[in-house]
Design a protein around this ligand. Structure first.
Ligand code: GTP
Length: 156
């Protein structure tokens, strides 16, 4: 288990074990690969980030992951793999998120991407994400670094 602080100095616990913090997490985050590119979404307030969001009532986290990728990028997931979980101990509340790796089948242009401006593709992710104001705060802690290490070592 890894422990560190996020961009806002909240405590984060990260683990690549099988559902270490919750069997029913209410949030999901999906590291998406389209061919040899990374697929992110442009969040209207936060900036560039891998897609994700909240699990709806009566929905499984896996289904939420597929739905959020579609809503925020127009992409269909051809293969979804659970890779880990993290817990953010925020000032108001604690949240638990499943982390997935998704292979994308196709990207279908949408008329509306809800709270995002749709997809953005990267051949490689910049090395200055931590200081880059175009990127979301959720991309600025060790969750991204450690998850990408796992994904590139095991799935790419
Ligand atoms: P509602 O008001 O219920 O819609 O929720 P919210 O807008 O407060 O946001 P949410 O429940 O998604 O998250 C609560 C807090 O957790 C946020 O304000 C963030 O500080 C933090 N948080 C959410 N997702 C992440 C994440 O992926 N990484 C980090 N570090 N913090 C996160």
């Amino acid at each position: 288990m890894f422990r560190f602080k996020d961009y806002y100095h909240n405590e984060v616990h990260l683990s690549f074990e099988e559902y270490p913090f919750s069997k029913n997490p209410k949030h999901v985050w999906v590291i998406c690969r389209y061919g040899d590119q990374w697929l992110l979404t442009i969040h209207r307030d936060r900036g560039y980030e891998f897609p994700g969001g909240k699990v709806e009532e009566f929905e499984s986290p896996d289904d939420a992951a597929v739905r959020e990728v579609k809503e925020e990028t127009g992409a269909t997931v051809s293969k979804l793999t659970y890779i880990g979980q993290y817990k953010v101990l925020g000032k108001e509340k604690t949240i638990v998120k499943n982390i997935y790796y998704a292979e994308i089948g196709e990207i279908i242009p949408q008329t509306d991407y809800l709270e995002t401006k749709g997809p953005i593709l990267f051949d490689s992710l910049p090395s200055d994400i931590g200081r880059n104001r175009k990127f979301s705060f959720i991309m600025k802690d060790e969750v991204l670094v450690k998850s990408l290490m796992k994904v590139t070592a095991e799935y790419i």
